[in-house]
Design a protein around this ligand. Structure first.
Ligand code: MN
Ligand code: MN
Length: 326
């Protein structure tokens, strides 16, 4: 007999899911101000940079986000569209969403993302060949909606993650990082107690860095570039040493360099652990209201897929059981 899945604490899960998405966006908005600066330049200009003020090399409005958040939203839209059109997990819908995103003239677009999108437009290929040049963090920064959408079907997390990633980035270290962060999000959301989730995250990050020594973050090498190894080391370092969400995000962005992306990923993991309620109110209030609304709506819609898939799985299971009984 199939066991009934226990009814989860939906309010808690919603807070942790929204926390991850809002954490991503506030980290992006905070970090973008100091993107490509050195820690010394940041200190000279801001002291400790801890408030969302816009500016930076992109001349952003306060609360404006960059590609990290807007590509995530585009990917999330594609996942929802796939389910609505009965083409779930169709990689072409994801690639089309990236094309629409690119044509909307986003404030920034990484070189590898642009190359992948242009390749899809000209050749129709959904994955490029493995390339040494694809080791940037652009696939990792946008994978959160895949983790949300596959909560009801965790066996799909890895294939869907790799499908979206390789539209633009085909590199073993990018793949490894995308898969690890996705698995950590699922593990965090399965653990409603923040203290235990934080401890478990530290344990699995250290174990993972044993298996992938390129990503070892203890001792922290101190580089925060857009190379996925530097990004991941910076994110894991700050997540494991900071006492709370705010200090982890502030610590990461004050490393400068790819500060919007390291800030976004720290905000995502810490928001998943501690929930939206743990994000400083002054950051959430400053966030672009359209982005805040889009994130809130998309989080609900992606979490709803979890219910839909649980039903689909039960139907399938019932079908298999009745087949076996014949
Ligand atoms: Mn960015
Ligand atoms: Mn960046």
């Amino acid at each position: 007999m199939a066991e009934r899945t226990p009814i989860p604490d939906m309010a808690r899960l919603y807070d942790q899911a929204l926390g991850a998405y809002l954490g991503l966006a506030v980290g992006d908005a905070l970090g973008a101000t100091v993107e490509f600066m050195t820690p010394r330049e940041i200190q000279a200009r801001h002291g400790v940079h801890r408030d969302i003020t816009g500016g930076g090399w992109l001349k952003l409005k306060p609360g404006q986000v960059t590609d990290d958040t807007t590509m995530s939203l585009a990917l999330g839209e594609a996942l929802l569209e796939g389910h609505a059109k009965h083409r779930p997990w169709d990689t072409r819908l994801m690639a089309d969403a990236f094309v629409r995103w690119w044509r909307s003239k986003p404030v920034d677009c990484g070189n590898t993302c642009r190359r992948g999108i242009v390749r899809y437009l000209s050749l129709g290929t959904l994955a490029g060949p493995a390339s040494d040049g694809d080791g940037g963090n652009g696939a990792l920064m946008r994978n959160l909606p895949v983790a949300l959408a596959t909560l009801g079907a965790p066996d799909l997390l890895a294939p869907v993650t790799l499908a979206q990633a390789r539209i633009t980035h085909h590199h073993p270290l990018s793949d490894a990082a995308c898969l690890a962060f996705g698995a950590w999000l699922h593990a965090i959301w399965a653990q409603p107690d923040p203290a235990q989730a934080q401890t478990a995250l530290g344990v699995s990050a250290r174990a993972w860095a044993q298996a992938w020594p390129q990503f070892r973050f203890e001792p922290y090498p101190g580089r925060a570039s857009g190379y996925v190894v530097d990004t991941v080391q910076t994110v894991l370092h700050h997540v494991s040493v900071a006492p709370d969400l705010e200090s982890a995000v502030v610590g990461a962005v004050n490393q400068g360099d790819d500060a919007d992306t390291t800030g976004a990923l720290v905000g995502m993991l810490m928001g998943a652990v501690h929930g939206a309620s743990a994000i400083p109110a002054r950051w959430v209030q400053r966030l672009d209201p359209d982005i805040r609304l889009a994130i809130t709506e998309q989080t609900s819609a992606l979490l709803a897929l979890r219910e839909a898939m649980a039903t689909a799985h039960r139907t399938e299971e019932a079908f298999c059981l009745s087949g076996a009984a014949r």
